[in-house]
Design a protein around this ligand. Structure first.
Ligand SMILES: Cc1cc2nc3c(=O)[nH]c(=O)nc-3n(C[C@H](O)[C@H](O)[C@H](O)COP(=O)(O)OP(=O)(O)OC[C@H]3O[C@@H](n4cnc5c(N)ncnc54)[C@H](O)[C@@H]3O)c2cc1C
Length: 138
């Protein structure tokens, strides 16, 4: 259904624009962190990918043909989603900011064993300041 696809595409674009405006506010206030940037990159590129797929759907089979721009946008969207940090890596940065737990072992750093309740979790030896939630301002 064409209007349904157009509405969903517009919602994705508008949501991404709103998130970027919020990031610009944080930057202007000097509160922008790596986790905010990771959140913005992961969200907007995922929404871009989804939106391009719906544009392809609008054109039916022609959307796959190289004769139409949307075919090229497909490749562009995949590149944006993966380079400068893949979706998964950005989400690991956000996940660490939200939970304080480092899921990736960074080579060269000594992991520390931390006991929380009955669960034993492996953490990198992060500075206390890095354990604070930089996404709180969102
Ligand atoms: C168009 C384009 C331009 C590029 N330009 C540059 C450039 O100018 N300079 C440059 O240095 N690089 C560039 N790259 C490389 C890009 O940064 C890498 O492709 C990207 O970092 C992913 O690395 P990889 O291809 O080795 O995939 P891999 O690291 O093998 O990852 C494959 C998949 O596994 C996931 N994954 C990997 N490790 C984990 C983990 N620990 N936990 C969860 N998921 C994981 C990834 O998210 C990904 O989905 C470019 C890539 C593209 C597509």
């Amino acid at each position: 259904m064409v209007q349904d696809l157009l509405a969903k595409m517009l919602a994705n674009i508008t949501a991404s624009q709103c998130l970027l405006v919020r990031m610009a506010q944080l930057q202007a206030e000097g509160k922008m962190t790596d986790a905010h940037a990771a959140l913005a990159k992961a969200f907007t590129t995922a929404k871009c990918r989804e939106t391009v797929a719906w544009a392809r759907e609008l054109l039916g089979g022609n959307g796959i043909a190289a004769d139409y721009n949307v075919g090229r946008f497909f490749a562009d969207a995949e590149a944006l989603y993966s380079y400068e940090g893949t979706f998964q890596m950005q989400n690991l940065i956000v996940g660490k900011a939200v939970t304080g737990l480092q899921r990736l072992h960074v080579s060269g750093s000594e992991p520390a064993m931390v006991t929380t309740g009955s669960a034993e979790t492996t953490l990198n030896s992060n500075k206390e300041s890095e354990m604070k939630n930089p996404c709180r301002s969102l």
